[in-house]
Design a protein around this ligand. Structure first.
Ligand SMILES: Nc1ncnc2c1ncn2[C@@H]1O[C@H](COP(=O)(O)OP(=O)(O)OP(=O)(O)O)[C@@H](O)[C@H]1O
Ligand SMILES: [Mg+2]
Length: 274
């Protein structure tokens, strides 16, 4: 870990604390640790999520320490049930942890109320789901405008920004189409445009190609890759190794903990690390 993060390891909560000791970790989880440096868009320390299923406790996440810098492109992999979606929902501010810390852009979000969380989510997070989640009766343009409606932005500004987002995914010529008048790949492009319209700090995608054929998946991966190249921070859950190969870092979850976390040589080269 220390090689990867260098001396400013954000997963170490204070200078003196070493998180390897369980008793120490408990102590720092109760009292939040040091605020991570601004270059870290995401820092989780000892993140846990447990579900109480009428007495039986399901430990979906058992202590995840993860730090992601701005402009990283990270794939999250792991077997079914390993906690990938649970982690994405926490990182996406759709859910709150049972224990541990989550810092987003230097803000401690793990202790926020639902209202605060909703505000942070609207401003900082763009989410893309496997099932697109578009409004069936609304045009592509209106679907993309929706997050701006919630943010209280006026109609002209909304349309301008929504068009810009649709241009980013090369779909401006299908603006007036409703979802059932679009192909699967085009629907996912609309969903990506909607996720981008607020200029989020992070773009999260949970198996975004899970409902697409292989050729369309390749097209959608190209969209994510172009966004990552242009500086968008992207975190993507995928089952497929060839899709993960596009990312510059691959985090593998197993039984609710990180089993491996590898930066790819392409990323190292780009950052001048090799
Ligand atoms: N709302 C919930 N209530 C109870 N248990 C849950 C809930 N959501 C997830 N779990 C459990 O938590 C564990 C992790 O689930 P999660 O959905 O995060 O897995 P995943 O890695 O995304 O799997 P998949 O690849 O199948 O999507 C599983 O054992 C699951 O049954
Ligand atoms: Mg899942």
């Amino acid at each position: 870990m220390s090689d990867q993060f260098g001396s400013g390891n954000p997963l170490t909560t204070t200078g003196e604390h070493n998180m390897s000791n369980t008793a120490e970790r408990k102590a720092v989880v109760q009292e939040p640790g040091a605020t991570p440096d601004k270059s870290w868009v995401i820092v989780t320390r000892g993140l846990k999520r447990e579900y109480d299923m009428g007495g039986e406790i399901v430990r979906a996440l058992r202590g995840v320490d993860l730090a992601i810098r701005r402009n990283e492109y990270v794939a999250i992999m792991g077997p079914s049930g390993s906690g990938k979606s649970t982690l994405m929902n926490l990182v996406g501010c759709l859910d709150t942890p049972t224990a541990g810390e989550y810092w987003l852009n230097g803000m401690l979000v793990s202790t926020m109320t639902d209202d605060q969380l909703a505000r942070v989510r609207n401003k900082e997070i763009g989410f893309v789901f496997q099932t697109f989640n578009l409004l069936p009766r609304a045009t592509a343009l209106h679907n993309v405008e929706l997050p701006l409606v919630y943010a209280g932005i006026g109609s002209d500004e909304r349309k301008r920004k929504a068009k810009q987002a649709l241009e980013k995914v090369q779909l401006e010529h299908r603006m007036t189409h409703k979802p059932n008048e679009l192909s699967g790949g085009q629907r996912q492009r609309v969903a990506i445009a909607r996720a981008l319209v607020n200029d989020p700090s992070i773009l999260l995608a949970d198996e975004p190609t899970g409902n697409l054929d292989s050729q369309t998946s390749t097209e959608i991966m190209k969209v994510f890759e172009d966004l990552a190249t242009s500086g968008q921070t992207v975190i993507m859950v995928t089952h497929e190794a060839d899709i993960a190969a596009h990312a510059r870092r691959v985090v593998v979850l197993r039984d609710g903990i990180i089993a491996s976390d590898d930066r790819r040589s392409a990323f190292k080269e780009q950052m001048g690390l090799v």
